[in-house]
Design a protein. Sequence first.
Length: 159
Amino acid sequence: MGTPPTLKFGWQTELHSQLHRETEIATLMMRATSWVADLELAPLCLTRETAWLPKLVEGVVDWSQGLLIDLAALAHAIHAAIRPAVLLPPEANAEDPFVLALRRIEFESSRLIQAQILFLKGPEFVPIRDCVNAAVERRHHQVRDLWETMLESIGVRCA
């Protein structure tokens, strides 16, 4: 995969970056783990995959602006809620490439969250601030529920 011919908007860069980060996480997980067939996986995958589809933001008249807000809200929720490094056991070798990669991903997520906050709190959204906040809250709730469901499905209890 390469970059699109031109990246005109910040959200295009974010989406491209997110795609590669998700690919990196999946690759790391495949290298470091083994999987057993799970018959419940197919319906769970459908639920999880459709969650990433963009949704119109209620109260925003301009649909392209609404989708952009939703994309930023979703990215913010993903970076904030999905923290795989906290799943590492305390005795994990800090020099292990997998451990280093997970910690690097988490560090990068914190940097991306700051950029998303600046965007979502930008002056162009002042008239629709309540709609933006509702979209962010909705996406946070959705991603947190999906993450906790996934963790519980592999035997990790959520606090």
